[in-house]
Every structure is written in C-alpha cells, then in structure tokens.
Ligand binder design. Structure first.
Ligand code: PLP
Length: 419
C-alpha cells in the first residue's frame, strides 16, 4: 500500500498524517488515497493499452461519489448492479455509454431507469430477464443493447462466497442456453444482443482461472461466429486480486500479456469491470483502542469499530493487516482484535500478535479496507455509519459525513395504536 507509509514513525496517507485526520474527524473513519486510486486505474489501462478496453469501475466495491468521480475523471465507466448505483454513476457525470449493468434481479423500475438513461449494455443473467427488458423497451419505445452473462463453469481459486462462475451459483447463463438465445436473438425487436459477458469471482490472485474461463468463452464466440452470429462486445468482468496478507501479487501486466492475443482474436471491443483491484489497497479503516481485556485464557483488544463498519473478517474470514498509527517497537503478544457488537463474529483479527504496548486511546489502521468496506457497512446495533475521507497530496476532504442519531430514526414511525 505505497500511499500509506510511516514517515518515519507516524503513518501518513500521501502527505497527510493519518492521526491528524483521526483526531479531527473522529473514529472509526475510512481514509482513501486519491493517488492510489488513480495509479491502480492507470496500471490496468497501461497493461491493456494494446486493446484499449473500456474499464468500468465496479461500484459495488466502493460507491462513494468522490471515489467514483476520481476514476470517471480518468476515463473510467461504471459497472452497476442497482438503480441506486445508476443514480450515483449519473450523479458524477459518468457517460451513460460507459455504464454496464449486471444483476440477477433487475426490477422493472431499474430497467426503466436504465433505458431512460441510455446505458451501454444490460449484462443479462437469464432468459426471463431478457424478455422482461424487451417488454419494457417496447412499452417505452426505447432501444437497448444487451450482453449475455455466460456462466463458464470455471472454479476460481477464491472464497466460496465470492465465486460466481460455476453452475452451482445463481449467476449468468450456461453455454447451451446462451447459444439457443443467441440463435433466436433476431426475435427481439427492441433489444439488440450484441455481447458476451462473464465474471467468475472476486479476489482471484492467479491468472489461471481467468485464462481458462476467457479461453472457454472465446471458443464459444468462435462457434457463434461460425453460426453467423455477430457480436460487438466481450466483457471479461473483474475479480483481479490484491495483497491483503502474503498472497502473491496479481501482476496485471503478466495477465495482460498472456490474454491480449486471445482477446484480440475475438475481434470484439473488450470491457472489464475491476473493483477491488482499483480501490482495495487505496483505503484504510482507522479505529481507536477502547479497552484491553484479559480473561486468563485470552487477551482481547476492543476497538471502536465493529463488523457493522467492516464486515469482511466476519463474513469471509478475511485477513486485514492492522498497524498502529504511531509505530511501536515493543514486544508483541497475541490478542483477538474485536469490536463492540453483540456477536462473537465481530472481530477483525484472531490470535494476532499485537504490540503489547498498545493502550486505550491508541489509533490503529485496518489496512486494505478500500473495497467492500464502507459499502457493506450497516446500522446494526444502532450504530451510525462512519465518515469517509479522501486524501489528495497534503490535503484531506470529508467525502461522507458520519451519520448522526437523527439518521438512525429517519423514516421510522411508531403507530398511534402503540402510543
Ligand atoms: N463485475 C461483476 C458482475 C461482479 O459481480 C463483481 C463483484 O463481484 C465485479 C465485477 C467486481 O469484482 P472485483 O471487485 O473483484 O473486481
């Protein structure tokens, strides 16, 4: 995480002392580096320059407007999965012709909104969905373009809950069904089926599953061509992994070098949908130590952020490095680092060697929290969702305010019969 560094004993994000932000904004808070976001986007763009793909940032990883706008300004499009993400993508002036929309459960309202916005592609996940888009497009008198999301039935070497490209999962359309749909595609008067989409999972650190799946789909595209079915787009999805702990880094240049010849051969315009790769290492969650508790068997470091702020460890057993904002050099001892939520699953680390000198009031950074962090946060235990901060150079900006207690009761009503 090159934009988060000790200089020499204090953690900085770019040129801002992280502790200064924590003291001013309060904790917990997410902090993102603008430079990291841009450099990850450019790394991908450069690696694939030979085919100039449309890079649609997967907003599900981080939908903060300032984060999305940072990438849109660099030329990114958006991969969306809901009407809410569409609204946000448009709010930061994403070119609708750079918006692609995947989701197994698009509603009539969401389809209408996307048709009215004039998005580039619906990544269609089933035959009934395609028919629904056609019906709504006819009703509105709008034309739509669609890509079929293929489920290539390839296992990605990642956590089961973020594997999406096998037939045990709800995503996409199997090859046989896809072929049938494409053979009949002329029957849709308002929807032009012009592409193939795939996304096999997330946090995949080996290029192998991508290569296997892309090659399999490329063969399918050749078969379609042989049947006279012409397409325009091949959207290869996202899923490129990042380093959380000791994983081998995913080398995009190496992946690009291996796959560009296959992609070029399809003759199609390539789209990709990276989320985590762009923003995962560009963000941290800052928290403060509240108590240290020793029950004779275990020690617990209790902090002021919880699974409602960052659910990845509880949900996926995910590893996040945790470091003090002010470097400590004393001996380490093993502790669980836990939040205040009333769930045993509310932890950030188990039996983790922690600086024994850590004490109440110390600030800690939970690293690599820029993707699937704040977006997955909740109000569980009636906790307010935390603030988000964007750093650029030697300045920082609060890009989402911490929620207040008023936000917690907004929209709730106690009916008269109970009063
Ligand atoms: N595209 C689709 C369809 C997805 O479902 C996802 C995430 O699961 C992504 C892109 C982004 O994945 P990642 O953040 O791993 O790049």
């Amino acid at each position: 995480m090159s934009d988060f560094k000790y200089k020499p004993n204090e953690l900085f994000c770019e040129n801002v002392k992280v502790r200064a932000i924590a003291e001013a904004v309060g904790t917990p808070c997410y902090i993102y580096s603008s430079q990291s976001l841009v450099s990850q986007f450019l790394k991908l763009k450069k690696a694939f320059a030979a085919i100039n793909p449309l890079i649609c940032f997967a907003m599900k990883a981080n939908d903060n407007l300032a984060v999305v706008k940072t990438l849109v300004k660099q030329g990114a499009g958006c991969d969306i999965v809901s009407g809410g993400e569409l609204k946000k993508a448009l709010a930061v002036e994403t070119d609708p012709q750079k918006i692609v929309y995947a989701s197994v459960g698009k509603t009539e309202k969401e389809i209408e909104e996307s048709l009215n916005a004039g998005i580039l592609l619906f990544n269609v996940e089933s035959l009934p969905e395609l028919e629904e888009i056609e019906r709504i497009a006819v009703k509105l008198g709008k034309k739509a373009k669609a890509a079929l999301r293929i489920n290539p039935d390839v296992k990605a070497a990642t956590h089961d809950r973020i594997t999406t490209g096998t037939l045990q999962k709800k995503f996409g359309i199997d090859l046989t069904t896809a072929h049938k749909i494409l053979k009949n595609k002329e029957k849709y008067t308002q929807v032009d089926v012009v592409g193939i989409h795939m996304h096999i999972g997330s946090q995949i650190t080996s290029k192998k599953p991508f290569i296997t799946a892309i090659k399999k789909v490329a063969v399918f595209i050749e078969e379609l061509k042989a049947d006279g079915i012409a397409l325009e787009y091949f959207d290869i999805g996202g899923g490129f992994g990042i380093v959380y702990n000791e994983e081998d880094p995913f080398c995009v240049q190496d992946f690009a070098d291996s796959i560009i010849p296959v992609l070029k051969k399809t003759g199609l315009k390539i789209i990709m949908e990276p989320g985590r790769f762009i923003c995962g290492n560009a963000g941290i969650l800052v928290t403060q130590a509240l108590y240290i508790k020793d029950n004779g068997v275990k020690k617990f470091l209790i902090v002021d952020s919880g699974m409602n702020d960052l659910v990845r460890p509880s949900m996926y057993d995910a590893y996040h490095e945790i470091i003090p904002l002010r470097k400590m050099s004393w001996k380490k001892e093993k502790m669980d680092i836990v939040g205040p939520i009333c769930e045993s699953g509310d932890y950030f680390a188990k039996d983790r060697p922690v600086y024994a000198a850590v004490k109440k009031g110390d600030f800690l950074a939970i690293m690599s929290a820029g993707a699937y962090g704040h977006v997955m946060s909740s109000n569980y235990n009636s906790r307010t969702r935390c603030a988000e901060v964007l750093v650029k150079g030697n300045k920082y900006y609060v890009v989402r305010e911490r929620e207040t207690y008023a936000d917690l009761v907004r929209g709730q009503v106690v009916p008269d019969f109970i009063k």
